[in-house]
Every structure is written in structure tokens, then in C-alpha cells.
Design a protein around this ligand. Structure first.
Ligand SMILES: Cc1cc2nc3c(=O)[nH]c(=O)nc-3n(C[C@H](O)[C@H](O)[C@H](O)COP(=O)(O)O)c2cc1C
Length: 97
């Protein structure tokens, strides 16, 4: 199975997590979402999108990508300022789904 991890990161938090995920998925490719146009997502069976939380939802670039991927196995993750256990974090998930 071919896997790709695309991430969006301004201050480096999401990039760090993406790099760790990259090491856990064999033969995966790691790409900064800004370079998304250089890859053909059709070539991948599993697409992971990593973004950062902007006003309680996924940053616009990542959210647009997540919403536009059809007929693929997809996963997403995000980093945020709030605690991952917080109501706010749960609301972020609800806002993305
Ligand atoms: C404009 C802006 C809006 C943000 N909104 C939220 C928010 O609603 N909730 C939250 O928990 N963190 C929020 N954050 C914090 C970021 O999601 C957090 O610092 C994230 O880890 C940044 O990722 P990066 O280092 O990959 O850029 C916001 C940060 C910025 C710059």
C-alpha cells in the first residue's frame, strides 16, 4: 500500500508530528502541503492530512484538502493550543467531520 502524509505547519508543531507519523508508516512519503501540486494523490492508497487548529477547525488549506479527497482511505490529525482532552478539542473534531 502506498501512503502519503501531507502536512501544513507555520511554527513547526504539526511538522514534528507528521515526521513521527512518517516513521511509523512503512514506505510512506512526507510532503509539505504547500508542495501538494507536485504529487499526484491518485498514486496513493492512504492519505494522511495533518493540520493545525485555526479558530476551532482545521486550517483552511488542510480542511480544503480533506474535504476534496474522495474514494480514498484518509486519516487526519491536528495540533492545537488547547489540551487534547479539552471540550474545545472535541469541538474541533466535530467541526471538521
Ligand atoms: C490564527 C491562529 C488561530 C488559532 N486558533 C486556535 C484555536 O481555535 N484553538 C486552539 O486550541 N489553538 C489555536 N491556535 C494554536 C495552533 O493551532 C497551535 O499553536 C498549532 O500547534 C500550530 O501548529 P504549527 O506549529 O504546525 O503551525 C491558533 C493559532 C493561530 C496562529
Amino acid at each position: 500500500m502506498k501512503s502519503i502524509i501531507l502536512y501544513s505547519s507555520n511554527t513547526g508543531n504539526t511538522k514534528k508530528i507528521a515526521e513521527v507519523i512518517h516513521t511509523t508508516i512503512p514506505n510512506s512519503v512526507l510532503v509539505n502541503i504547500k508542495d501538494n501540486n507536485e504529487v499526484n494523490l491518485e498514486d496513493y492508497d492512504f492519505i494522511v492530512v495533518g493540520g493545525w487548529i485555526d479558530r476551532a477547525t482545521l486550517d483552511t488549506t488542510s480542511l480544503t484538502l480533506v474535504k476534496n479527497i474522495k474514494n480514498k482511505k484518509i486519516g487526519y490529525f491536528f495540533t492545537l493550543g488547547a489540551s487534547p482532552d479539552s471540550e474545545h478539542a472535541k469541538n474541533c473534531v466535530d467541526n471538521i467531520d
